[in-house]
Ligand binder design. Structure first.
Ligand code: SF4
Length: 290
């Protein structure tokens, strides 16, 4: 079965290998700072959110360091990537300053921002639209599941309708929209997980990112998992499900990620996610058989 990987998409769009450079300016999230809630999504381990850099923060230095880290992999261009927390959760004037600083350099070919769909007000959308005319903008939305009951259980704190409205608004502005989905949430069946994939596709997502549920130290889920451990998906079950999910994607949907990069230092379970290469190989073998 053929699918469009993020690497292939980048080669087609930018004509070369493209590396993502992760930037952290201390964004937080309304699900953590008390605006909606304080505990965050139950699987979220927290971390650096809330330490907003002062004006003129070291984005250039962060880019330079990140470039050094990927330099050994070979020549290419870069995407400035705001991955941590909700990358649009700040006053628009501040966002403009941060984003413009991040994409200024010629070798930065795009801006990628991961955020919550309820952190996209009209002014922020207008800013992303303006920037998208300058350099392509990718917005990643953390849907995780389309099962409203599961979403409630992990404290997502927004309904599916908010996600649908965000996808519509982003696509109306020509912004490449990506949906994050987590497989293995407590009490979800494989049918539920595939239903989430179909839901995101029907909404019109341009890309998907698949993740296995990780139990991370510092998360609310870690506490409940210790109190009452529950069964997590095996590598085999996850790989087979991702392959099936990929088969459901409309042609042209970009697969940004087949499995996540959990933080090994704080990973409690499942152990198998530590060997990402083995998981990827297994997923690819299932995809090849499909
Ligand atoms: S997963 Fe995202 S939305 Fe949920 S608490 Fe963490 S940063 Fe906020």
């Amino acid at each position: 079965m053929k699918y469009l990987s993020f690497n292939e998409y980048c080669r087609e769009r930018f004509g070369c290998k493209v590396y993502k450079l992760s930037l952290d300016v201390g964004f937080t999230c309304p699900n953590r700072d008390g605006t909606l809630a304080t505990g965050g999504c139950t699987f979220c381990a927290g971390g650096s959110g809330g330490r907003f850099c002062a004006s003129g923060c070291d984005i250039k230095a962060q880019l330079a360091t990140a470039k050094q880290l990927v330099k050994a992999k070979g020549a290419g261009k870069y995407i400035a990537y705001f991955q941590a927390y909700s990358g649009t959760y700040a006053p628009v004037s501040r966002l403009e300053e941060i984003y413009r600083s991040a994409i200024e350099s010629e070798d930065i070919v795009a801006l990628a921002v991961a955020t919550r769909p309820d952190c996209l007000c009209d002014e922020t959308l207008a800013l992303l639209e303006r920037l998208n005319r300058q350099k392509p903008v990718i917005v990643e939305l953390g849907l995780q599941t389309a099962n409203e009951q599961s979403a409630k259980a992990f404290h997502r704190c927004y309904p599916n309708s908010t996600y649908l409205a965000a996808v519509k608004a982003l696509k109306a502005r020509g912004i490449h929209t990506v949906t994050h989905l987590i497989f293995g949430l407590p009490d979800e069946s494989e049918a539920d997980m595939l239903a989430s994939v179909k839901f995101a596709c029907a909404a019109g997502t341009d890309g998907v990112k698949f993740h296995m549920l990780n139990i991370l130290e510092g998360s609310l889920l870690a506490e409940s998992y210790r109190r009452e451990p529950f069964e997590l998906m095996s590598r085999e079950a996850y790989a087979a499900l991702v392959a099936e999910a990929v088969s459901l994607l409309p042609p042209g949907t970009v697969v940004h990620r087949l499995t996540g990069d959990g933080d090994k230092r704080i990973l409690i379970a499942p152990e198998w996610v530590k060997d990402k290469k083995r998981t990827l190989n297994l997923i690819q073998s299932y995809i090849a058989q499909a």
